[in-house]
Write a protein that binds this ligand. Structure first.
Ligand code: SAM
Length: 513
């Protein structure tokens, strides 16, 4: 027997309470606009039909109802509960006693809407809630990833500040902007008392808000949005947690890549200073010169610390290359003065590390994987090295590796051959970066979804493509930088009369001049 498909229409319960909710007009404190939403208790599917569960796919647990043991009827030990799957009515051995149909039966905790200070509406616990308890389903319109991207951009353009789209898996999202449950009012906290969990309900994945801890009646409910920021306004987080990351989406790739910028007056990369080395500690850029003498030197390239061994004859030994990823430093204690800040900074700063995704988009919240599911993580490896530095005005400056200006280097050299070599390698490096970027756009949903959710697997072919492109980019970068190091070490500068004569001493003098 196949289970009935879930309904696909707006589910308007005609009880007084539901009518009241449906007609709820919320005064938006910040903008004084009155956004409306339509209350639904079940997801709606606009781009596809609701899945119909096949009989062979129905998971049947082995629980046996025992009236003396309330946990017996699909409690924590139930095989379906352990795999975050709801029992299917008519198939569960516990029949009407089955306790594992909470999404289907809307077994929500009692909650209440309230106005927050500066964060619009929020949701309160209206009874004591136990750790692990299902609180409410995050309902909305289930839409494709593409549609979510478009809607998110459209909402941003319309000036809608509150973001209600959460990603469901690699290909779909839930949009609760126009239609949703009360879960749409739950705010973000960097130290949340709730969390999102995905459950398989009659063959569809649904998202629930669950208590992470015991929650007292009257406490605001909050979960970590795990927001992915794609551009547009940066919204200051007002959760008030000591470990607050400062902005919604501050931990996301897009936000971090956008935020780690150099300021214009930072002259460490002027050609004169031969900017091959940099660190957040502002170590002298002349470090490279010193390293020519040493058997092993290191410099920082796009978040990788590269050790280069130079033999006594100053020939670069590429076989001695060691590439180590630097650990990223979490953004703690970011202090800004305004609540919403349109990223005007971007116009002021030069930045070559463009995130591989349209900047027009706003934010989409991610759902973390369930504890009951496999939980592993593949990092993309493309995050820049992040270090932050607090200024007296309270702002934080984040260090990213600015790209070496190969053309400027080449123009310093007298040898045409050396110039051409550097430019050739730069071209190859740029091609590799462009290729990686376009590949990333292509496979972005799969890669990012897998990074955040172990329930969604990345196809081997996608992973292989990605790894290959990453390696190609790294190799191209290495080739470029090694050709620069080699040229600087072995080629006279323009305007210098004597070409390099193989005399070590002369060369070191020349480099230090
Ligand atoms: C899903 S809605 C939550 C309900 C929203 N407060 C309302 O009035 O409709 C998410 C939006 O609420 C606001 N918000 C949620 N948590 C916040 C926080 N910790 N700090 C600042 N704004 C927050 C942001 O505008 C965010 O885009």
């Amino acid at each position: 027997m196949e289970s009935e498909p879930e309904h696909t229409h707006t589910d308007i319960d005609q009880t007084e309470e539901h009518c009241a909710r449906q007609l709820l007009c919320l005064t938006e404190q910040r903008t004084r606009e009155e956004p409306q939403y339509i209350h639904i208790d079940q997801n709606e599917f606009s781009h596809r039909r609701h899945k119909t569960q096949k009989e062979e796919d129905i998971a049947i647990c082995e629980c046996k109802y025992d009236e003396h043991d309330p946990e017996s009827a699909c409690g924590e030990r139930c095989l379906n509960v352990l795999t975050s799957t709801e029992c299917t009515p008519g198939y569960c051995p516990c029949g009407v006693y089955c306790k594992n149909q909470r999404f289907q039966k809307c077994e929500y905790a009692k909650t209440k809407l309230f106005r927050t200070e500066g964060r619009g509406w929020g949701l309160l616990a209206n009874e004591n809630i136990k750790a692990g308890q299902f609180i409410i389903e995050y309902c909305g319109e289930v839409i494709s990833w593409k549609e979510a991207k478009q809607r998110s951009q459209a909402y941003e353009i319309q000036g809608l500040r509150d973001a209600f789209i959460i990603s469901l898996n690699a290909s779909e999202s839930i949009d609760a902007t126009e239609k949703g449950s009360l879960a749409r009012f739950i705010n973000h906290s960097c130290k949340p008392n709730c969390e999102t969990r995905k459950w398989n309900v009659l063959g569809e994945i649904r998202v629930g808000i669950f208590a992470k801890q015991d929650i007292l009646d009257g406490t605001e409910l909050a979960y970590d949005y795990n927001f992915e920021w794609y551009g547009g306004a940066k919204v200051r987080c007002l959760c008030g947690a000591p470990s607050c990351s400062g902005f919604l989406g501050a931990k996301s790739r897009g936000f971090q890549e956008d935020t780690y910028l150099w300021e214009d007056d930072d002259d460490r990369y002027s050609v004169e200073k031969i900017p091959l080395y940099d660190s957040a500690e502002d170590e002298p850029s002349s470090r490279l010169f010193k390293t020519v003498n040493s058997p092993s030197s290191e410099f920082d390239v796009d978040g990788m610390m590269i050790n280069v061994n130079v033999d006594s004859g100053h020939q670069l030994m590429s076989t001695a290359l060691v590439v180590q990823s630097l650990d990223s430093v979490p953004m703690e204690g970011v202090v800004m003065e305004v609540k919403t800040e349109v990223s005007e900074e971007r116009k002021l700063y030069s930045q070559e590390n463009q995130p591989p995704f349209s900047r027009k988009n706003a934010m989409i919240s991610r759902i973390r994987s369930n504890t009951a599911c496999r939980n592993y993580h593949i990092g993309s490896g493309s995050m820049p090295n992040k270090r932050s530095k607090q200024y007296s005005n309270g702002k934080v400056k984040h260090g990213a590796q600015k790209q070496v200006d190969a053309k400027s280097f080449a123009s310093l050299l007298a040898s045409r051959e050396a110039q051409e070599e550097i430019l050739k390698y730069e071209c190859m490096k740029n091609d590799a970066a462009t290729h990686l970027e376009s590949l990333y756009n292509e496979i972005r949903p799969a890669i990012e979804e897998h990074e955040r959710d172990s329930q969604d697997s990345v196809a081997t072919s996608v992973a292989e493509k990605w790894i290959e492109a990453c390696c190609l980019k790294l190799k191209a970068e290495f080739d470029l930088y090694s050709s620069i190091v080699k040229s600087i070490a072995c080629t006279p500068r323009r305007g210098q009369a004597e070409p390099y004569d193989g005399n070590n001493e002369n060369e070191i003098n020349y480099l230090q001049s």
